[in-house]
Design a protein around this ligand. Structure first.
Ligand code: ZN
Length: 57
């Protein structure tokens, strides 16, 4: 599964829970950026062997 961000073809590794919108799946890099926003929670996909990015809420 690819990252849902436009123009990004990295492998999705996290599911973002966005209070004001739909959940989406993103790569580790985008999870790091999006999780800086208040209320957004990034959780590793079940199949992914990845840790939360540093600084993730
Ligand atoms: Zn991405």
């Amino acid at each position: 599964m690819d990252c849902s961000e436009d123009g990004c073809s990295s492998e999705a590794a996290f599911r973002l829970h966005v209070p004001w919108g739909d959940d989406r799946v993103v790569c580790a890099g985008h999870a790091r950026v999006e999780s800086q926003k208040e209320g957004v929670v990034a959780k590793p996909l079940d199949a992914a062997d990845e840790r939360l990015p540093d600084g993730a809420a």
